[in-house]
Design a binder for this molecule. Structure first.
Ligand code: NAD
Length: 326
């Protein structure tokens, strides 16, 4: 069988059945990509309730075995999604959240590894870059097998805002956000294209002539999207659920899609021993290859700063000696 035709069984386990985990389960079930979907949560009633609710939609969906479960279900899973942990509360710093969620991860990972026999770990919990790093180090799995949802959502927000601004179908806009899933993320303007046309050439021909000011507005919109949604409805979950479903589709169907997932990197742009997002080929084995885009010097500089910021957070969490990383 050719590499491209390799398919998985389609079993996904989601640890953490809160807003994000349950929405992801809904998006995955609706997409029809999985044959088995298991929800695990420290609050077993919640996981059970979510599974019941999802099962009542199966009359309208592709067949899928949906159930609440426990860590033994990790055995034979193609993807184990980690969505446990809370979001940032008012007054809580990112570092407070990192330490709190690192403790939750510390409790979960040994349970997963007790039954793990392959498959891709896909981290959503925040701060996703820090936790992706900690999980890869704790498990000792190859970096290609421990993915963060990273900036897949941020890239989608970027394309959405560009589509709205240019009045062009989002699917015809290619653009990547790389680096941290957070404030220091880098919008790679130099590589944005519409139908193959570089954004600068597109802008030159466009009658709007909006220039740099609109770019700043779009960048701000992407960076502050999460905080804006949280201010209005308390949490974000639909966008990330669909981003994660897209990553799962690429894995289960071995699509070799290029997505800005996060992973522990050792070398691109001279960046070592930190987790961050770069355009990566995603297939059945996780990350097949990381792309080093040709960046402008200032974009590369911003990426290095973003990597340094993530590394600083990782060091602060590790300093507390809360997690045993190899
Ligand atoms: P939530 O509070 O609604 O759900 C968290 C769930 O985790 C709860 O059901 C809780 O019972 C469960 N949980 C806690 N400790 C556990 C443990 N030890 N074992 C198993 N389950 C446990 O939170 P949410 O809104 O679903 O957010 C979940 C995480 O996703 C947060 O860290 C949030 O910041 C993050 N998030 C990430 C992105 C992204 O783009 N990466 C986007 C939105 C939210």
């Amino acid at each position: 069988m050719s590499e491209m035709l390799k398919r998985s069984k389609g079993k996904i386990v989601i640890v953490g059945a809160g807003f994000v985990g349950a929405s992801t389960a809904f998006a995955i079930a609706s997409s029809g990509i999985a044959s088995e979907l298991i929800l695990v949560d420290v609050n077993m009633e919640k996981a059970y309730g979510e599974a019941m609710d999802l099962n009542h939609g199966l009359a309208f969906l592709s067949p899928c075995n949906i159930d609440a479960g426990d860590y033994p279900d990790v055995k034979d899973a193609d993807i184990i999604i980690i969505a446990a942990g809370s979001g940032r509360k008012p007054g809580e710093t990112r570092l407070d959240l990192a330490k709190k969620n690192a403790n939750i991860i510390k409790a979960i990972i040994p349970n997963i590894m007790q039954y793990y026999n392959g498959g891709v770990l896909l981290v959503i919990s925040n701060p996703v870059d820090v936790l992706t790093y900690i999980i890869q180090k704790m498990t000792g799995l190859p970096a290609s097998k421990v993915l963060g949802s990273g900036t897949v959502l941020d890239s989608a927000r970027f394309r959405y805002l560009m589509g709205q601004h240019c009045k062009v179908d989002i699917r015809n806009i290619h653009g990547y956000v790389i680096g941290e899933h957070g404030d220091s993320e880098v919008l790679v303007w130099s590589r944005v294209n519409l139908a193959g046309e570089k954004i600068d050439e597109y802008c030159n021909a466009c009658e709007k002539k909006c220039g740099g000011i609109e770019r700043d507005k779009i960048a701000k919109g992407v960076r502050e999207a999460g905080a804006e949604i949280i201010k209005r409805k308390g949490a974000t979950y639909y966008g990330v659920a669909l981003s994660v479903t897209r990553i799962c589709e690429a894995i289960l169907k071995n699509q070799r899609s290029i997505l800005t997932v996060g992973s522990v990197v050792d070398g691109p742009y001279g960046i070592k021993d930190t987790a961050l997002s770069l355009p990566s080929i995603v297939g059945i084995n996780g990350i097949e290859k990381i792309f080093e885009l040709n960046l402008l010097p200032e974009e590369e500089e911003d990426l290095r700063k973003s990597a340094a910021k993530i590394r600083e957070s990782i060091d602060s969490v590790l300093e507390d000696n809360m997690v045993d990383v190899k």
